[in-house]
Design a protein around this ligand. Structure first.
Ligand code: HEM
Length: 500
């Protein structure tokens, strides 16, 4: 059937008939299975659209937090036919991410991709639908080559030298107005560029072989946040409407793939000489991975690792600018313990207040406010309710991180709350989950934490920061914008002076 020949009226009729059948079928099923546990409570769904139009705020995490006030901490909604389960308190998060992590740790892969393009998924961690052997293989390779303590230790010099490059560049820009997110992005890209391929992909003017990286990742981020029609209406599962898959494939294979294609080919041509100082691509080549297998892995690291660290750096600078008392304490701590310009990672362990500022930034501004959606691999019971197979599971860590039942004065930036506190972001404290918890927890948290802290501490050690035009810090626009990651809507502009 050629969909393009259908008129809007035809489509509306198909939807209506489809919904009526589905609705009646639902009633019959419910009637004959009255022993089944109910779905978690939630707003009454409209025909066809479900609760789509009840999501009022264009920030989904805010809308869901408001709805949870009415419907409870474990809530169910419908987007079309897609069931959405939302957890909004720490005890529900614990049930989802720990007690039932075995079945609630799937990822949502478009029905279209699974049906028509079965080879297009399961190529990296976040696109692997189940935590199966393949997912475990990727996770183990990432851990042994990039994220383990040993792997991180071996590459300390990369992070230190890329942050040093950043400070040198900023030294040439004192008194000018700069968008700190652009500079921080280049640093994160070049750290990962050297971890993966031993090259800088960008210079600080935005030029280099990765000059379209940010734009392409931005497009992916936007596409990743769109509800998929094929999942909302299974009847559409065999079509790629509205060309989502085509666009994703173009970005991943053509735009992003071409950035590192030549570097990988050069490595292959040179012959892969095995040494302990190889980069991630060398290791994958040595293990026999093809270019088609290497591309999605490298791409995932850039997609998950660059914007998340960049936006955390930007939010942390904003919070310090708005909280002069915390800024002064931060300066005192850094400048007391470090007496040279170039900061070393080994200095960071002596800076508990800086660590507290980082944790407080992640509390208020987690880059994944709803984590990355999980999926129920099987139907299961959760806290006395039924969670149907294939439901999407969201954990609103943004709401949990601001829960007044746990956090004192939750909307204020108060790093002191973390000083001397045992609360950690390692996934065991369900009141504070900036990196998630359980099987799908962020594997890059240690790398991210090193990049963010080394950058901020170096900025404090070398410069004093100012807002342009004597702007009052209270006037900084704090609006959020979320695609997959939660950005500051307006980029922060600052100017720097060498410190007194
Ligand atoms: C401050 C920076 C970062 C934050 C706040 C962050 C947070 C998160 C969160 C919340 C998730 C989803 C967890 C879930 O769905 O349960 C995630 C997943 C992931 N993160 Fe990070 N992340 C950061 C940096 C990084 C870095 C630097 C890398 C790698 C270079 C990375 C790689 C990944 C990957 C591969 C996944 C998918 C895991 C899977 O599906 O199994 N992240 N991250």
């Amino acid at each position: 059937m050629d969909l393009s020949t259908l008129t809007m009226k035809d489509m509306a009729t198909v939807f209506l008939v489809y919904w009526v059948i589905w609705f009646l079928f639902g009633i019959v099923i419910k009637r004959f299975s009255s022993k089944d546990l109910p779905l978690p409570p939630g707003p009454y769904p409209w025909p066809i659209f479900g609760n789509l139009f009840q999501i009022k705020n264009n920030l989904l995490h805010v809308s869901l937090a408001e709805m949870a006030q009415v419907h409870g901490p474990l809530m169910s909604l419908r987007l079309g036919q897609q069931i959405l389960i939302v957890g909004s308190t720490s005890n529900v998060a614990l049930e989802i991410l720990k007690t039932r992590d075995d079945v609630l740790s799937g990822r949502d892969v478009s029905r279209f991709i699974k049906g028509e393009q079965p080879n297009a998924h399961n190529k990296n961690l976040s696109f692997t639908s189940d935590c199966d052997d393949r997912w475990r293989l990727f996770r183990n390779i990432y851990r042994s080559e990039i994220f383990s303590n040993t792997a991180l230790e071996i590459r300390t010099n990369i992070r230190e030298s890329k942050v040093k490059d950043m400070m040198e560049y900023l030294g040439s820009k004192v008194d000018e107005v700069i968008a700190i997110r652009d500079v921080a992005f280049t640093t994160s890209v070049n750290v990962l560029g050297n971890v993966c391929l031993s090259i800088d992909l960008l210079d600080y003017e935005g030029n280099g072989i990765g000059d379209n990286l940010r734009e392409s990742l931005g497009k992916l981020d936007l596409l990743g946040s769109k509800p998929l029609l094929a999942n909302m209406y299974p009847i559409l599962g065999q079509w790629d409407i509205p060309g989502w898959y085509k666009q994703v494939m173009h970005i991943t294979e053509q735009e992003l793939g071409s950035i590192w294609k030549d570097s990988i080919q050069m490595k292959r041509d040179k012959g892969n000489v095995f040494s302990s100082l190889q980069d991630f691509a060398d290791t994958l080549i040595h293990k026999g991975f093809t270019n088609q297998q290497i591309n999605p892995l490298i791409q995932e690291l850039f997609a998950a690792g660059t914007e998340s660290t960049t936006l955390t750096i930007e939010w942390m600078i904003v919070e310090l600018l708005r909280n002069q008392e915390a800024m002064q304490k931060a300066k005192d701590e850094v400048r007391k313990h470090i007496n040279r310009k170039v900061v070393k990672e080994s200095d960071l362990v002596h800076l508990p207040f800086m660590e507290a500022c980082y944790k407080e930034t992640l509390r208020l501004h987690p880059s994944g406010p709803l984590l990355i959606p999980h999926k129920a691999i099987e139907a299961c019971e959760l806290m006395g309710y039924t969670i149907p197979k294939d439901s999407l599971i969201l954990v609103n860590i943004w709401a949990i991180n601001r829960d007044p039942n746990f956090w004192d004065d939750p909307l204020r930036f108060k790093p002191e709350r973390f000083v001397g506190s045992k609360l950690s972001y390692l996934g065991n404290d369900f009141d504070y989950l900036p990196f998630g918890s359980g099987r799908r927890m962020c594997p890059g948290l240690a790398l991210a934490s090193k990049i963010v802290l080394l950058t901020i501490v170096s900025l404090i050690q070398n410069f004093d920061w100012f807002l342009p035009n004597n702007m009052n810090p209270d006037d900084i626009n704090m609006d959020e914008e979320v695609h997959v990651a939660m950005h500051k809507k307006e980029r922060l502009l600052i100017s720097l002076k060498f410190r007194d």
